[in-house]
Write a protein of this length. Structure first.
Length: 386
């Protein structure tokens, strides 16, 4: 049975597109911002660390926010916080203020993403994995557009900040047009915030989730450096690299569910990890630019569905507490976002980026190992728990 992409689906998908547009432009904006602020690489890198810390805070706050506002309204709240933080980042020049703005913005981004998973999982039930993947796929279009927009404006006399400012009016218009798009079953206002101990199986699956997100952000943050080291390409290729990776993510998220729909959730994840692993081998071993770009595309395809699918895996181990599970996944994502690029960069300073990049296949193996260690029956469990 095909997925019916209704108004709820498109509302959530466009929320994800808004935050992804900002994130797509955030990468190319970093060297421009650093030049304006006259900061070191280490200080500039704290913006990425702030995103990770924000995701941890969002994970801690998730059950309380859902209890207070309901899942749908929590998504809108996250979009509002994201817009405020995004505008602060765009218009506040001092580095102290941009760091604070990214902390606020990152909190909103994580709230929107967490809300997407639980809302779509509840709304589409047995089609949850397809809905989450395709909504994220539409979000990848926003990511690519953000990268291209900021990259293009940076080569003109206009300020690169104009490329990012569009997210605020877009988010406001999206809310005004769709604020009443609420599923009657979304609310969680009448129950207590979800809390309590989660099982050992959940935490083993959580370790796999952290390894998965670490491999994704290690790849996105340092792939351009690896490409320059291997192929001798110019710094301008960095934007093209991000676009190739983003296009791969979008293609994998849109078409992956159609190709893998006959597999259960665990097999879908393993299949995508194998694609990522093969893509990494070609990326790491290649000294030819076009081969490297194809390898980055393959990495994007392999990583495309992993966040959404492993989040659903965590929900299946939550014993009827999906919002608590997604909150813990956000905490794990924050650790991965803040830690993986930093440690990979630290290893790169001592070993060289090529050797340091071997951390990525190790993370893939850990992620895959946790699926074999704690297999799920997610397709059967999720309907019961949401």
């Amino acid at each position: 049975m095909s997925l019916t992409r209704d108004r709820v689906f498109w509302t959530i998908a466009l929320q994800i597109s808004a935050v992804n547009f900002f994130m797509g432009g955030f990468g190319p904006a970093q060297p421009l911002l650093r030049a304006e602020q006259h900061t070191s690489l280490a200080i500039a890198g704290l913006h990425g660390t702030a995103l990770g810390i924000a995701a941890v805070f969002a994970g801690i706050a998730a059950p309380k926010l859902v209890h207070t506002f309901g899942r749908s309204q929590t998504g809108w709240l996250g979009l509002a916080i994201f817009s405020i933080g995004g505008l602060g980042f765009i218009f506040a020049p001092p580095v102290q203020l941009t760091l604070l703005a990214i902390l606020i913005c990152g909190f909103g981004i994580s709230v929107v993403i967490n809300s997407m998973v639980t809302q779509l999982a509840q709304h589409f039930k047995s089609r949850a994995s397809q809905a989450v993947s395709q909504a994220a796929g539409i979000g990848s279009v926003g990511y690519v557009l953000g990268t291209l927009t900021v990259g293009s404006i940076a080569n003109t006399s206009l300020s690169w900040r104009l490329g990012l400012v569009i997210v605020a009016p877009f988010s406001l218009a999206l809310y005004l047009l769709n604020k009443d798009t609420v599923d009657v079953d979304f609310g969680d206002e009448t129950s207590r915030p979800q809390r309590g101990r989660l099982s050992a199986k959940f935490w083993l699956a959580w370790v796999g989730f952290v390894a998965c997100i670490s491999s994704e952000f290690g790849t996105t943050f340092w792939s351009a450096a690896l490409l320059r080291d291997r192929s001798g390409s110019s710094a301008a290729i960095s934007t093209i690299c991000v676009v190739a990776f983003g296009i791969g993510m979008g293609a994998g998220r849109w078409f992956g569910p159609r190709v893998l729909h006959k597999m259960n959730l665990d097999r879908q994840i393993i299949s995508m990890m194998l694609v990522q692993f093969v893509g990494f081998i070609f990326l790491w071993s290649s000294h030819i630019l076009w081969v490297s770009l194809l390898a980055l595309f393959a990495n994007g395809v392999g990583l495309a569905m992993q966040f959404g699918l492993i989040s659903l895996r965590l929900i299946s181990f939550s014993e009827g507490r999906p919002d608590l599970a997604v909150g813990q996944s956000s905490l794990g994502a924050g650790i991965a976002i803040g830690g993986a690029p930093f440690f990979l960069g630290l290893m790169g300073d001592h070993l060289g980026i090529s050797r340091a990049y071997l951390m990525v296949p190790l993370l893939i193996v850990i992620s895959m190992g946790m699926i074999f260690l704690v297999p799920s029956h997610a397709n059967e469990r999720i309907n019961h728990e949401l």
